[in-house]
Write a protein that binds this ligand. Structure first.
Ligand SMILES: *[C@@H]1O[C@H](CO)[C@@H](O)[C@H](O)[C@H]1NC(C)=O
Length: 315
C-alpha cells in the first residue's frame, strides 16, 4: 500500500506512528478497524499524553480527550475523505476558547499549549539526529466559528536542547538555536504559516518570496504564504508538515505544508540550525486567539478538536 495518505504523503520512511487507530473499543487501539493505515512500520499508539510524549503543558489550560461532534451536513460534500474511506476520529483533544480569551497566559486563558515528542521509538530517532520528518494531525473547528483577527494552531518545532522551547512570543535571543512553525488562521479563514526561524538574510529572502503574501515583523514572527489555503469549519481538515534540516553551514533546509493532501506552502533554501546539536524535536501543540491585544479575543465560547496525530521519519 502506498503511503499517499493525507497524514503521511511520503513514499519512504524509517519509523512512523499514528493515533488514527485509537478508538473507544475495549483495547483503545484497533488496527483492524483502520485498514487504510494498517501499513507495516506505522506503529499505532494511543492519543494519551504519556504515549505520545506530551510535556510542558501550559498551566491553566486543558486538552481533554472527548468524543468530538459529528461533522456538519455541509462538510459531507467536502473534498475530505471523512466518513467514507476515512472515518472521523472517535476521540480527540478538545481546545476550549472562552468568550474574551486570548492566549493561554492572558487574563482569560484560552486554547492550550504543550509539546509532543512522539512515542519513544519516534522521539529516539529524532534525538539521534534525524534530519527529515513529517508530522501531521486532523483538526476540526466548531460549526459557526468566528475568526476575528487570527489565532495559532499546532505546528512543529526544534532546536538545540532547551533552547528549542518557547521559540515564540517575540523571542529575540538565541534565535539561531530554535525554529518554530505554526499555522495561523487570519480573518475569513485565510491560512498561513507563522514562523520563527534563525534570523539570516537568506531566510528573510526565502520566506518573503512565498506567494501569495508574506511579511516579516521585526518584533514577532514571520507570516508566510498568507491565503495560500483556507480553513473550513465543521469538518475534519488534515494538516501535514515536512521539515528538512539544513546541513550545518549550508542553506538547504526545507519546510512544506500540506492541507488535505495538497501541498500549499513549500520553502527551500532555509537555515533551521547552525549546529549539529540542533534537532527536530516534535510538535508544538499550541492554539489560541492572538496576538496578545484584546481586539484578538474570541467573541464567544468556541471549541476545536485535534486528533490522528502522526509522524514519520524520512531520513
Ligand atoms: C462575550 O463577552 C462580552 C463582554 O463581556 C459580552 O458583551 C458578550 O455578550 C459576550 N458574548 C456572548 C456570545 O456571550
Amino acid at each position: 500500500m502506498s503511503l499517499s495518505h493525507h497524514l503521511f504523503l511520503v513514499s519512504s520512511f524509517s519509523t512512523a506512528f499514528t493515533t488514527y487507530c485509537f478508538n473507544l473499543g475495549p483495547r483503545g487501539i484497533d488496527p483492524a478497524a483502520c485498514p487504510t493505515l494498517h501499513v507495516p512500520g506505522v506503529d499505532s499508539v494511543a492519543l494519551r499524553d504519556a504515549d505520545v510524549g506530551v510535556h510542558y503543558a501550559t498551566p491553566g489550560t486543558s486538552h481533554r480527550l472527548v468524543v468530538p461532534p459529528p461533522i456538519s451536513s455541509r462538510g459531507l460534500s467536502s473534498p475530505d475523505l471523512s466518513e467514507v474511506d476515512w472515518p472521523a476520529p472517535s476521540l480527540a483533544w478538545e481546545a476550549f476558547y472562552p468568550n474574551g480569551s486570548i492566549n493561554p497566559a492572558a487574563a482569560i486563558p484560552g486554547g492550550f499549549g504543550f509539546y509532543v515528542a512522539g512515542p519513544a521509538a519516534f522521539s529516539e530517532k529524532l534525538a539521534a539526529g534525524a534530519t527529515h520528518a513529517v508530522l501531521s494531525y486532523r483538526m476540526m473547528l466548531q460549526e459557526g466559528w468566528e475568526w476575528v483577527k487570527g489565532g495559532k494552531l499546532p505546528g512543529i518545532y526544534g532546536g538545540e536542547g532547551d533552547s528549542s522551547y518557547a521559540c515564540t512570543g517575540g523571542r529575540q535571543e538565541a534565535r539561531s538555536k530554535c525554529f518554530n512553525v505554526r499555522p495561523m488562521w487570519r480573518p475569513k479563514g485565510q491560512g498561513e504559516l507563522y514562523t520563527y526561524l534563525p534570523l539570516t538574510d537568506r531566510n528573510q529572502q526565502q520566506l518573503s518570496a512565498v506567494p501569495p503574501y508574506s511579511t516579516g515583523n521585526a518584533q514577532y514572527g514571520f507570516s508566510v504564504g498568507r491565503n495560500a489555503f483556507n480553513f473550513d469549519v465543521g469538518r475534519w481538515i488534515t494538516l501535514a508538515f515536512r521539515v528538512k534540516l539544513n546541513d550545518v553551514g549550508s542553506e538547504n533546509g526545507e519546510l512544506e505544508l500540506w492541507v488535505d493532501g495538497e501541498s500549499v506552502i513549500s520553502v527551500s533554501g532555509l537555515t533551521l540550525r547552525d549546529s549539529d546539536k540542533s534537532r527536530i524535536k516534535g510538535a508544538h501543540f499550541q492554539t489560541f486567539f492572538g496576538g496578545h491585544e484584546v481586539d484578538w479575543a474570541s467573541p464567544k465560547d468556541q471549541r476545536a478538536w485535534f486528533a490522528d496525530l502522526s509522524g514519520a521519519i524520512i531520513e
